[in-house]
Design a binder for this molecule. Structure first.
Ligand code: SER
Length: 612
C-alpha cells in the first residue's frame, strides 16, 4: 500500500464512523504568532479543541501537512523526516477513549477496512500517572479487551507499558509543568510497531545496556499513532482542571504507517521518498545501498520534499523566520550533494527533484501546471546563488588548511554559509579550527538562529493572543483596502502575525507609491474609526464564493466554511472565508501604520503594518 492509498483508506474509515473530512491547513499557521510552522495535526484545530463550534460538527478527520524544523539535524537516519503528513481524527466533546482505541486498533489490524497489521506486532504505551492525574487504568482495560478479541493476552509490562508524563502526556508545551495557563492537554496512549528480533539493532546501539522496550531508541520499535485524551486545561493557579468537553486528538504518521504496512523500517524506501532517492542515485552516480551514502541522500530527499511544500505554502528563501528555514534546507541539501559527488555542477540538477514531489502529491496538494514552474524556479535560483558561494568558500578553505575560528565564521558573513553548514563542511573536510573563538561566534549566532527558527514559542500563548487576533482582523481590512485602491488583481499570497506586527504578501507587479500607501493606510484607519461590526457566519462554500467572499488562492476549503464579514452585510467592507479568530468590532483595533514595503520578486510584494 502506498501513502496515497493509506490516506484514502483512513479518511473513508473515519467518514464511515460519522466523521467529516476536512482539508489540510497551510504549513504556515495563519493568525498564530506562537509558531513558525504547523508541526502537529492539532495546531489548526486549537480553537475548536478549546470550545469554538466547528461548522462540520463534532467528529472530524484529516491528513495535515506538518513540518518540524527542530528535527533538521536528526535527518539522516532511517526514520526522521522534517516534512510529514499526520493523519488525525477529532472528537470535539463527542466520543472518548473506548471508541477511539477500538477504531484505531480496527484500522490497524483489519485487512478489508484498514491496514491488516498482525496484532502480535503492536505494542502499547499509556500514562502511568503524575502531576495530580492518576494512572490511565481505563485505557489499559480497553486495550486488554481489544487484544483478547484477537486471541492475545496483553499483560502490563509485556505488551502494554506505562510511562511518565515525559512520554505519555501531550500538550503543545510538553509535560504538565510546562503548560502555560489556558493550554489544554492530557494523557495519551501510543501504539508502536515491532520490527522484530531479527532486526534487533539493540545490541549494536548505544542503548545496549538498557532493557529494550517500546520507547527505547534502538530502532526496533516505531511509534505509529498517538491518541491524546485532551481532558485537562491548565489553570491560572498552575493546577490542572477538567475541560467542560473532553476531546480526542489522534495523530498518526502517514509515512510510518506505510513503512510498517510493508515491513520496511527504512522510511526512505516508501512510495513518496524512494523515487527521489532513485533520482538522486541517477544524478550522483552513487548507490543508496552503500550505507555511507545513505545519510546524505536522505537529507537531500527530505529537504527537497519539505522545501517543495513550503514554497507551495508561500514561503520564500530569505534571512528571517520561515524564509531562513527554507534557505537552510536548500543550502544543506546542496552541501550534501556536493560532498556526495565532489562536483559543483551537479547542483544544477537538483531543482527537478522537486517536480517529482509535485507529481507524487498531485492532485491533492499540487497543481502540476501551475506549481511545478514556480517551485522549480525558486529552488533553482536559490541553489544556483548558493553554488557560487559554496565554490568560493570551499576554495578559501582549501587555501587555509589551518583556519582560525573567526575566518571560519566569516565564511558565513562573506559567502552566506549558514553557520551550521560551515560546521558540517569543516568536519567533512577534516579542517581543524580554533574552536574556542569559533564557538564564541557560533554561540552568538546560534542564539540568533534559534530565535529565527524555533524561538517564537515565547511562552506567550495567551498574553499575545489578543494583539495577534487584532492584527488578524487588520489582515482582512488590508486585503480589501488593497483591492479597492489598486484593483482586483490583488490576491493574498500569505501572511504572518506576531504581537509586534502584521506581515502581508500579495500579488502586484510594481512598487506601491507613497501616495498609494497613504491611501491604503487612510482607508483602513477610516474603517477602524467607523466602528464596523465583525460578524461570523457558516455557509456552504459555493454560497460563500457566489456571494463574493474572498478565498485564499490555492487553498482547499471544506464544504461548509466560516465567513467573516466586516461592516454592513449588504455592502460589506470585507468578506472572507476564514477560520478566525477575529475581534467583534473594529473599535477594538488601534490605528495602524504601514511601516515597510518589500519586493519578493516574481510579482509579489510584502507590507508590514503596526498598531500605533
Ligand atoms: N497531538 C498529538 C501529536 O502530535 C496527536 O495528534 O502527536
Amino acid at each position: 500500500m502506498t501513502i496515497n492509498e493509506i490516506r484514502q483508506k483512513y479518511l473513508l474509515f473515519m467518514e464511515k464512523r460519522g466523521h467529516s473530512i476536512i482539508p489540510s491547513s497551510s504549513l504556515v499557521p495563519e493568525g498564530d504568532a506562537t509558531t513558525l510552522f504547523t508541526s502537529a495535526g492539532m495546531q489548526p484545530m486549537m480553537p475548536y479543541l478549546l470550545g469554538q463550534k466547528h461548522p462540520l460538527g463534532t467528529r472530524l478527520v484529516d491528513s495535515q501537512k506538518c513540518f518540524r524544523s527542530g528535527d533538521i539535524d536528526e535527518i539522516g537516519d532511517n526514520r526522521h523526516t522534517t516534512f510529514f503528513e499526520m493523519l488525525g481524527n477529532w472528537s470535539l466533546g463527542d466520543y472518548f477513549k473506548d471508541k477511539q482505541l477500538e477504531w484505531f486498533f480496527t484500522f490497524l489490524t483489519k485487512k478489508d477496512e484498514g491496514l491488516g497489521l498482525d496484532p502480535k506486532k503492536l505494542f502499547i504505551t499509556v500514562f502511568g500517572g503524575g502531576s495530580g492525574v492518576g494512572k490511565d487504568i481505563e485505557s489499559i482495560a480497553i486495550w486488554q479487551d481489544l487484544f483478547k478479541k484477537v486471541g492475545l493476552t496483553a499483560k502490563e509490562g509485556e505488551r502494554i507499558f506505562a510511562y511518565q508524563s515525559n512520554k505519555n502526556w501531550w500538550s503543545r508545551a510538553g509535560v504538565p509543568e510546562n503548560m502555560p495557563p489556558g493550554e489544554p492537554g492530557g494523557p495519551d496512549s501510543e501504539v508502536f510497531f515491532d520490527f522484530g528480533e531479527n532486526r534487533l539493532l539493540h545490541e549494536k546501539s548505544p542503548f545496549k545496556n538498557e532493557k529494550c522496550h517500546p520507547n527505547c531508541e534502538c530502532g526496533r520499535f516505531l511509534e505509529i499513532g498517538n491518541s491524546v485524551f485532551m481532558q485537562y486545561i491548565k489553570n491560572e493557579d498552575g493546577s490542572l482542571v477538567e475541560l467542560p468537553r473532553k476531546n480526542i486528538d489522534f495523530g498518526g504518521g502517514l509515512t510510518r504507517l506505510e513503512a510498517v504496512t510493508n515491513s520496511e523500517p527504512d522510511m526512505f524506501k516508501i512510495s513518496s521518498l524512494y523515487p527521489l532517492i532513485q533520482e538522486i542515485e541517477k544524478i550522483s552516480g552513487k548507490s543508496y545501498s552503500d550505507v555511507i551514502n545513505q545519510p546524505s541522500m536522505r537529507v537531500i530527499a527530505d529537504h527537497l520534499t519539505a522545501a517543495t511544500f513550503l514554497i507551495k505554502d508561500g514561503v520564500f528563501p530569505t534571512n528571517k523566520a520561515q524564509g531562513y528555514v527554507l534557505r537552510r534546507l536548500l543550502r544543506r541539501a546542496a552541501v550534501k550533494m556536493y560532498f556526495l559527488t565532489g562536483n559543483l555542477e551537479i547542483l544544477e540538477k537538483m531543482a527537478p527533484i522537486s517536480s517529482l514531489v509535485c507529481q507524487f502529491y498531485s492532485p491533492i496538494y499540487f497543481e502540476i501546471k501551475k506549481d511545478i514552474p514556480v517551485i522549480f524556479e525558486t529552488i533553482r535560483v536559490e541553489i544556483k546563488k548558493f553554488g557560487f558561494s559554496l565554490d568560493k568558500g570551499i576554495k578559501e578553505l582549501q587555501k587555509n588548511p589551518h583556519i582560525d575560528g573567526k575566518t571560519a565564521f566569516d565564511l558565513y558573513q562573506n559567502y552566506g554559509f549558514p553557520i551550521e553548514i560551515t560546521t558540517e563542511i569543516l568536519s567533512q573536510m577534516d579542517i581543524k579550527i580554533d574552536t574556542n573563538q569559533f564557538e564564541t561566534e557560533f554561540e552568538k549566532h546560534k542564539e540568533l538562529s534559534r530565535t529565527a527558527s524555533v524561538g517564537m514559542f515565547k511562552g506567550g500563548l495567551e498574553d499575545n493572543s489578543k494583539t495577534v487576533t487584532a492584527y488578524h482582523t487588520v489582515t482582512h481590512l488590508l486585503h480589501s483596502a488593497l483591492r479597492q485602491i489598486l484593483g482586483n488583481h490583488i490576491g493574498q499570497k500569505g501572511s504572518n502575525l506576531t504581537a509586534q506586527r502584521l506581515r502581508f504578501d500579495f500579488s502586484h507587479p510594481e512598487k506601491l507609491t507613497d501616495g498609494e500607501l497613504l491611501q491604503v493606510e487612510e482607508l483602513i484607519n477610516k474603517t477602524i474609526a467607523e466602528k464596523q461590526a465583525v460578524t461570523r457566519e457558516e455557509m456552504p462554500k459555493e454560497k460563500a464564493i457566489k456571494e463574493g467572499a474572498m478565498a485564499f488562492f490555492g487553498q482547499k476549503y471544506p464544504d461548509i466554511v466560516s465567513v467573516y464579514t466586516i461592516g454592513n452585510k449588504n455592502n460589506p467592507f470585507s468578506k472572507e472565508i476564514c477560520g478566525g479568530p477575529h475581534v467583534t468590532n473594529t473599535e477594538e483595533l488601534a490605528k495602524i501604520k504601514i511601516v515597510k514595503q518589500e519586493s519578493l520578486g516574481a510579482g509579489t510584494r510584502r507590507l508590514y503594518l503596526q498598531f500605533v
